[in-house]
Write a protein that binds this ligand. Structure first.
Ligand SMILES: [Zn+2]
Length: 119
């Protein structure tokens, strides 16, 4: 159910930005989503389709840019790409890595039709 709240705030951002741009329709929303964010693309799209009904974002498509999880070892400073359950440094074997990328979730860009381009 995490995605429900996330999608609600996502839609708030999209509608606010689209309103600022004078948009009459939202076509595409590109999201950056980190591997460690725990968010599922399909669920977000599902809630988004549901919530956008009756808004200018109805029928718009979500695009997801996936960000790999990247860790930095606190012991030796090695940076490595990892999967969510592999937190061990490949260089020194220490279990002291911190996450430096992979928790992202934000709107990268929004593609809209504005009122001036109706032809
Ligand atoms: Zn290390």
């Amino acid at each position: 159910m995490h995605e429900l709240a996330v999608t609600q705030s996502l839609l708030d951002i999209v509608l606010k930005e689209a309103g600022k741009a004078g948009a009459i329709r939202v076509n595409t929303v590109t999201l950056v989503i980190g591997e460690l964010s725990g968010l599922v693309d399909d669920s977000i799209q599902f809630y988004f389709d549901f919530m956008t009904k009756g808004t200018i974002a109805e029928g718009s498509k979500l695009h997801f840019k996936r960000v790999s999880a990247r860790m930095k070892c606190r012991a030796c400073g090695e940076e490595f790409i990892t999967t969510p359950n592999e937190w061990i440094c490949p260089k020194c074997g220490q279990w002291q890595a911190e996450v430096i990328a992979g928790k992202e979730f934000y709107v990268d860009s929004i593609e809209v039709d504005d009122a001036d381009k109706s032809t």
